[in-house]
Design a protein around this ligand. Structure first.
Ligand SMILES: Nc1ncnc2c1ncn2[C@@H]1O[C@H](COP(=O)(O)OP(=O)(O)OP(=O)(O)O)[C@@H](O)[C@H]1O
Ligand SMILES: [Mg+2]
Length: 258
């Protein structure tokens, strides 16, 4: 029987010198979902991602991927299984063309064997696949552009393409719309929706409009623990969620006025 959840944590906990940043989190992500992890600043969202990808070692708890424990695995092993975080392995090189950046990501994914890439047929395949990925993120028109010359939003699209080059089954995105204006946000919403076809996406996102447009299910974290879980309608009506958000927004407002 196929496991019910593609990604599951049981009692996931991370303590930093006595401070509990992630507190007994039981996260369950269904296959094919776009699942949001939201919560006020400092709630532990990024730490959860760091635990899932083993950038950090959990203090306690278990992580299951397609029903199998991956808690003891290393970061690169987990990525190879298809649990990939955007910007994890794929850095984007400014002084390379957009296409070359995707080619590098593809070569890395396919084992980086120098001899393998000597064959002309393989190079053709590489170029074809690179252009497919560029088309997926609407960057084909920028293929020969120097990456450093890309506008900010397009650079994020390229980062997504280099992540998709790793052929993830579960894609983790930490604040994909961070620092973007309206137009770029709309572009990213479209890209994530497309990238999610045939895959599962878990995303940390502060922009609640993005969450409402994209996400099938939402887990709300506060002070390291799960506060509530459900769809957007349920979460936006949830008194404790509203309170948690109101608190943080009031603080953000005060900061902006300081
Ligand atoms: N390496 C670390 N050492 C000590 N404390 C840490 C470390 N990393 C995170 N923390 C603390 O853990 C808590 C959760 O941080 P985390 O970055 O996961 O929050 P977040 O939900 O991603 O916040 P934001 O919305 O601001 O990105 C914070 O209080 C943070 O200061
Ligand atoms: Mg964060």
């Amino acid at each position: 029987m196929a496991p019910e959840f593609v990604l599951e944590t049981r009692g996931l906990t991370k303590e930093f010198r006595g401070f509990t940043a992630v507190d007994s989190v039981d996260l369950r992500v269904q296959q094919g979902h776009i699942h949001a992890l939201i919560g006020p600043n400092g709630a532990g969202k990024t730490t959860v991602f760091n635990l899932l990808t083993k950038f950090l070692t959990p203090t306690r708890g278990e992580i299951l991927y397609f029903g199998k424990p991956i808690t003891a695995m290393k970061s690169n092993e987990i990525a190879r299984l298809g649990l990939v975080r955007s910007f994890q392995i794929s850095a984007v090189f400014g002084h390379m063309s957009v296409r070359d950046n995707v080619r590098v990501a593809l070569q890395r994914q396919q084992g980086n064997s120098f001899h393998f890439w000597k064959s002309a047929r393989c190079l053709d395949e590489l170029n074809e696949r690179a252009d497919q990925l560029l088309a997926e993120v609407d960057l084909l028109g920028f293929a020969d552009t120097l990456t450093i010359e890309l506008p900010y939003g397009r650079k994020r699209a390229l980062e997504l393409a280099t992540t998709l080059a790793l052929d993830p089954k579960v894609l983790l995105l930490d604040e994909p719309t961070q620092g973007m204006g309206h137009e770029d946000v709309d572009m990213v919403v479209g890209l994530v929706r497309r990238a999610a076809v045939g895959r599962t996406v878990v995303m940390v996102e502060h922009n609640l409009s993005v969450v409402s447009r994209l996400c099938d299910r939402i887990t709300v974290l506060a002070r390291g623990a799960i506060l509530a879980e459900g769809d957007y309608a349920a979460m936006s009506a949830h008194p404790q969620v509203r309170e948690a958000y109101l608190g943080s927004e009031a603080a953000a407002l005060e900061e902006a006025h300081a």
